[in-house]
Write a protein that binds this ligand. Structure first.
Ligand SMILES: C[S@@+](CC[C@H](N)C(=O)[O-])C[C@H]1O[C@@H](n2cnc3c(N)ncnc32)[C@H](O)[C@@H]1O
Length: 260
């Protein structure tokens, strides 16, 4: 049953989600269903979404939620863990990881303040399992004036995530100040959806170039590919210069011959 269907069958505790996020979750979460895995949701309100995760992921999933509101402790079922504290408290987050981590999935559906989103991400992301998934929900606050958001605004989560897109490409960058980082080496992809950003973790090796022709398989490093490309460009520019010289001398000859 799809997550959307599980949601449609849900009754009881209040759940608040953006409708198209169900499709996003399905895409990134389905591989974890009915496996032994751990999920941490930041911001649980009445705990309705924790019940949704239980029904979707199955009995082997260990579900943790954290909320700044102490009432959250009272409102959830027995088979989930609730931690009370703020998502911008690094030590609080790390203590949860030390006791219960590492997590396979982290969903940030807490305050939606961008400095909180960034702090939670920077604290939790490096602690996750190798192939974990981190979701920053409601990243649209990066565009809301009420949250000091605006298009291209400094310190928004979206601008921060755009910076991580550069880090993701560090192996390709020829800029001297762009070296692969722990983020580069542990992130397979960043997915931008309308209002949410998803980070898929995986161990990353320096990229290779593979060519196949009949029985010949050729594997080369990207740096070799770049060298080849530079040489090709040099050759082409030499050819261009030769061509220009030829054209110029032909033009001169034509001008000499012309009666006027
Ligand atoms: C949108 S609700 C969560 C909804 C829930 N995830 C769901 O899907 O039904 C946001 C929750 O974040 C909590 N919250 C707000 N600021 C927080 C903070 N700094 N740290 C942790 N939780 C916070 C609120 O108390 C509230 O319960």
């Amino acid at each position: 049953m799809s997550l959307r269907k599980v949601f449609e069958g849900h009754s009881g505790r209040y759940i608040l989600k953006i409708d198209h996020f169900f499709d996003v979750y399905e895409k990134h979460f389905s591989r974890f269903r009915n496996t032994r895995m751990r999920i941490l949701e930041i911001g649980i309100n009445e705990g309705g979404s924790m019940l949704l995760w239980r029904n979707y992921f199955g009995a082997d999933c260990e579900i943790h939620g954290l909320d700044i509101n102490p009432n959250a402790r009272n409102v959830v079922a027995d088979d989930v863990f609730v931690h009370i504290g703020s998502q911008d408290d690094e030590e609080f987050l790390l203590s949860i990881v030390r006791q219960h981590g590492p997590f396979d999935i982290v969903i940030d559906d807490g305050s939606h303040f961008m400095d909180h989103q960034i702090r939670s991400f920077e604290t939790l992301y490096p602690t996750m399992t190798e192939r974990g998934v981190y979701v920053c929900e409601d990243a649209f606050t990066s565009y809301w004036r009420e949250y000091s958001g605006k298009v291209g605004g400094a310190n928004t989560f979206i601008e921060y995530a755009k910076g991580l897109v550069d880090e993701l490409h560090a192996y390709w960058a020829t800029d001297d100040n762009m070296e692969p980082t722990p983020f580069t080496n542990s992130t397979e992809g960043i997915y931008f959806y309308s209002g949410a950003v998803v980070f898929e973790r995986a161990p990353v090796e320096p990229p290779k170039c593979v060519a196949r022709h009949k029985d010949i398989v050729n594997v080369s490093r990207i740096s070799e590919l770049r060298e080849k490309e530079v040489k090709r460009m040099e050759r082409e520019s030499r050819n261009d210069r030769t061509l220009m010289r030829r054209l110029r001398s032909r033009l001169r000859r034509l001008l000499k011959r012309s009666p006027g």
